[in-house]
Design a binder for this molecule. Structure first.
Ligand code: NAD
Ligand code: ZN
Length: 248
């Protein structure tokens, strides 16, 4: 399977990747669903819905955002993020569409990343709109506030909020144009991101999945699943791609 994927990637003309929380698990960031997922411990509608944030921002900061800040501040890109950046360097990957908000693709060196659900690196003030890096936010009083007194919110898309339309339309276009859609570490259950691989399939692309477990895409949309951890599998695939490239 590793060799097959490396062969497919080497001969492809236009590869796009769609990534989800699973690609950052080996960087120490827990996913939402599945084993050790955050949702096993807290109810998403109670904490990750925009209505929950607006009605009690202090509670959402305390239970969800504070914990995310602690792990995201520490996290470093793993072999999967680095492997995708290397595939861009080799001229194979054009764009990454990510559902993640952790910024690890850019940290690994990928230059064209569509952040479908925004990013966690920045906060903005609900009153004056001023922005500040999440890293610099003082956590001694929650919710944290801007100099103007307004409440800070992360620049992520909460449940109940819209995906920025320009991200959605560009992603759909890329999904139609690519000849391989590489789907890594996503449960493919959050809409509208989950339809991206389906668009690619319907447009004639090959869909390759890397995930520790099968997903709703596995037996219907994906051409094949590389079952395993994203970092480990990507490391092996990229090593094989480099070998093929050297051989010409
Ligand atoms: P998800 O939590 O629904 O699913 C995670 C998927 O990753 C599962 O299919 C699981 O089997 C797989 N997985 C777990 N460990 C893996 C590994 N080591 N290698 C490969 N696959 C692995 O994630 P999702 O589909 O991205 O959707 C959830 C939403 O959660 C997204 O919208 C995203 O915004 C948000 N989220 C982001 C982060 C982050 O930024 N790192 C973390 C948690 C949740
Ligand atoms: Zn302000």
């Amino acid at each position: 399977m590793i060799r097959k994927a490396a062969g497919d990637l080497t001969t492809a003309k236009y590869v796009i990747a769609l990534t989800g929380a699973g690609i950052s698990v080996e960087s120490g960031i827990p996913p939402f669903r599945g084993k050790d997922g955050i949702w096993e411990k807290i109810d998403p509608m109670e904490y990750a819905h925009i209505d929950a944030f607006m009605s009690d921002p202090g509670k959402v900061w305390d239970v969800l955002i504070r914990g995310m800040k602690d792990v995201v501040d520490q996290a470093l890109p793993n072999d999967a993020h680095k492997g995708l950046a290397r595939l861009e360097e080799l001229g194979i990957i054009k764009t990454i569409i990510t559902q993640n908000v952790d910024g690890l693709h850019q940290a690994a060196g990928s230059t064209d990343v569509i952040e479908f659900h925004g990013n966690f690196a920045w906060q903005s003030c609900l009153d004056c709109g001023r922005r500040c890096p999440t890293r610099t936010v003082e956590m001694d009083r929650l919710p944290p506030r801007c100099a103007c007194g307004g409440i800070l919110r992360p620049e992520c898309v909460f449940f109940g909020e819209q995906i920025p339309p320009r991200h959605l339309s560009r992603s759909q276009l890329l999904a139609m144009q690519c000849d391989i859609m590489l789907v890594i570490g996503t449960s493919a259950t959050v809409q509208p991101a989950a339809t991206i691989p389906i668009i690619s399939k319907q447009s004639g692309a090959r869909v390759i999945e890397i995930n520790t477990e099968p997903t709703p895409l596995t037996h219907s949309v994906s051409d094949y699943l590389i079952a395993g951890r994203a970092g480990e599998m990507m490391h092996r695939i990229v090593t094989e791609v480099e070998r093929k490239k050297r051989q010409g």
